[in-house]
Design a protein around this ligand. Structure first.
Ligand code: TA6
Length: 293
């Protein structure tokens, strides 16, 4: 997109030492936000008179091509470790690549931006399919994100994806996640047990938590004392991953300052594992994510 940006959107660089990534800073009567060209990743969103919705690590070094910890990373075309080649980046390549800004408009509800990504020689060397991704975001009184996955190849392909959303919270120990009561889950810390676990009350957090739920309903709420409830709606997504690294894993990750794990919770809506999607040649599927608080 070569035309000038609409009012209320300004290009900026986020830098750390010799590294820098290009972002767009958005400001309108409804919210303030930041989105990176890398991964079309929302890094910051704050509705007027509200606290920031998303957590962004202050330990990011903003190396081009390295996943940014925080905001809403998009995991595509696989979730977690690559099923066959552990040398490949976890969570796929979409979050590590520069996307193209295809459209940007100022409208009566705020700003709407659309980023696109298609196959390259580099992606074909990893995942040999023609595809087009489109991420459309409405930055308004709520945050509305829509992923469209198009199979532009002549053969079907299978993909997995997740919005790896990092939510800003006061204290993980005082936080509850609603909407997963009675849904069986896989504890990724003890995967051999399969989807044998189920709880009948809201999820609470007392230690490292890394769970995959399937057929999960698509509507969740994060609540805590002295905190505005966060509503997460992903009606087209059947999977959700719930993650907090806790102290020891957070230290191992190397880009999370001490104790910062206490102020974040990942609720990751998508299609992962057994819910991976078979997309026929020429087919397009859409996955909305609406975040409000
Ligand atoms: O959110 C689930 C998970 O797969 C965790 O196991 C942990 O690895 C997390 O994603 C973060 O992954 P990343 O590659 O962003 O460091």
């Amino acid at each position: 997109m070569n035309s000038a940006l609409p009012t209320g959107i300004k290009p900026q660089w986020l830098a750390h030492e010799n590294n820098a990534i290009e972002v767009l800073v958005i400001s309108n009567p409804f919210c303030d936000a930041v989105i990176a060209y890398q991964g079309a990743q929302v890094l910051h969103y704050q509705a007027k008179q509200k606290p920031p919705l998303l957590w962004l690590s202050t330990g990011n070094r903003f190396q081009s091509g390295k996943a940014i910890r925080g905001g809403i990373p998009l995991c595509f075309p696989w979730f977690g470790a690559h099923p066959d080649n552990p040398a490949l980046a976890a969570h796929g390549f979409a979050r590590n690549l520069l996307w193209q800004l295809a459209a940007a408009e100022h409208n009566m509800h705020g700003h709407r931006l659309r980023f696109v990504l298609s196959e390259t020689v580099a992606t074909r060397s990893i995942w040999d399919y023609a595809f087009k991704l489109s991420v459309e975001i409405q930055f308004g009184a709520q945050l509305e994100v829509k992923l469209q996955v198009s199979n532009t190849d002549s053969q079907p392909f299978e993909f997995g994806f997740a919005w790896h959303s990092y939510f800003a919270i006061q204290d993980i120990c005082q936080t509850q996640l609603h909407g997963l009561e009675h849904v069986p889950f896989l504890d990724q810390l003890v995967p051999a047990a399969g989807y044998s676990h189920v709880e009948h009350q809201p999820v609470g957090f007392l230690a490292e938590t890394d769970r995959i739920y399937q057929q999960a309903g698509g509507h969740y709420q994060i609540t805590a004392e002295q905190q505005t409830p966060i509503q997460i709606d992903a009606p087209a997504c059947s999977s959700v991953v719930v993650w907090n690294p806790w102290a020891e894993k957070a230290t191992r990750l190397g880009d999370m300052p001490e104790n910062s794990w206490k102020n974040m919770l990942c609720v990751e809506c998508g299609q992962v594992g057994e819910a991976n999607v078979q997309l026929q040649a020429g087919q397009t599927l859409s996955y909305p994510l609406i975040l409000s608080y």
